[in-house]
Design a binder for this molecule. Structure first.
Ligand code: FE2
Length: 326
């Protein structure tokens, strides 16, 4: 098996993914996409930034939109279990000779900013301001009725190396795609919170953010979003789907925000809390891994992604090619 044995007692305890900062070139246009169309809730805003949360989230934000000259990704955020975990994380990244910095972040307690060995900007925290519950404020439900942030998917120029690092910090692999000719991993899905993934890595020029996903109540919410987008000027922002993934068994849709940042709408994957859960292997040549119904993904899905602020890109050395829609 090419994926490593899980680390059940990692050096620090990550609870789950938490938030992403998207830098956007036209903040009102992004607001129209994320708030008026998707239905994320504004928790704070001014002319330079907008903080958003989904309907069942109690923390202050899962997305920060920040006005910028160039569209990229500022940081990926993860919640840790307890304050000592922050110090353990700082020591871990220091021991790896990776940069660490304690930063001030609005609405968040002590926050450790660092980068993974591939250059992805990460921040870890324990406490974020808690807001009033809105999950039963049904008058507020709009758009696709997003319930919570679900996962980040990243392009990696060496997925085996990405999996090795994230495995070391406690992420456990649930499913992976292997190139049977080289024996290398093309893509992998890894979790902390008990779903199929908090993070996934897919082969390509990296590191780049492929997408951020939001969990919605049912596939019908995705159909409703497609009807809404196709009649409110967003039809060209629909990229792939709807469909059911082979990997994760989730129902999905991929859309692009006004700057091209890719968002997945996602629901109904499965529970993965067993510590001895066996990872599921898929062959790169099996089109049902992408879409259970057999339809291949478009070329843009394999090639386009969001760059991280201040991160250099590396091309993948893998020669294997997935099946791409004509
Ligand atoms: Fe995804």
């Amino acid at each position: 098996m090419p994926v490593p044995t899980p680390v059940l007692y990692p050096p620090f305890n990550i609870v789950r993914l938490s938030h992403v900062e998207y830098r956007v070139t036209d903040l009102p246009k992004s607001r129209a996409f994320y708030v008026d169309t998707l239905g994320l809730q504004v928790t704070e805003e001014d002319k330079n930034e907008i903080y958003l949360r989904a309907m069942e989230e109690r923390g202050h934000h899962c997305v920060v939109l920040r006005q910028a000259e160039r569209a990229d990704v500022g940081v990926l955020g993860f919640k840790l279990f307890d304050e000592p975990d922050l110090d353990k994380a700082a020591q871990f990244f220091t021991d790896k000779s990776l940069p660490i910095e304690w930063v001030e972040r609005p609405h968040m307690g002590r926050t450790l900013r660092t980068r993974d060995p591939f250059g992805i900007p990460l921040e870890f925290y324990v406490k974020m301001d808690r807001l009033a519950l809105i999950h039963q404020q049904y008058k507020l439900y709009n758009g696709v009725k997003p319930l919570r942030i679900d996962h980040f998917n990243m392009f990696s120029s060496n997925v085996d190396d990405s999996v090795a690092f994230y495995n070391e910090i406690g992420f456990r692999t649930t499913e992976y795609t292997e190139d049977s000719e080289s024996g290398r991993v093309w893509a992998a899905w890894m979790h902390r919170k008990g779903g199929v993934h908090d993070v996934a890595f897919t082969n390509g020029t990296g590191p780049r953010l492929h997408h951020t996903a939001f969990w919605v109540p049912t596939p019908l919410n995705i159909i409703d979003l497609l009807d809404l987008m196709s009649t409110t000027g967003w039809v060209h922002n629909i990229e792939r789907g709807p469909g059911r993934h082979g990997i994760s068994n989730a129902f999905f849709l991929y859309i692009r925000d006004p700057d091209g940042h890719r968002i997945e709408i996602y629901c109904s994957d499965y529970q993965t809390v067993d510590p001895d859960l066996e990872p599921i292997r898929w062959d790169l040549k099996d089109p049902q891994r992408q879409t259970l119904w057999g339809a291949p993904a478009p070329r843009s899905w394999f090639e386009e992604g969001s760059v991280f602020e201040g991160t250099e890109l590396t091309d993948s050395s893998m020669k294997a090619q997935p099946i791409i829609a004509p």
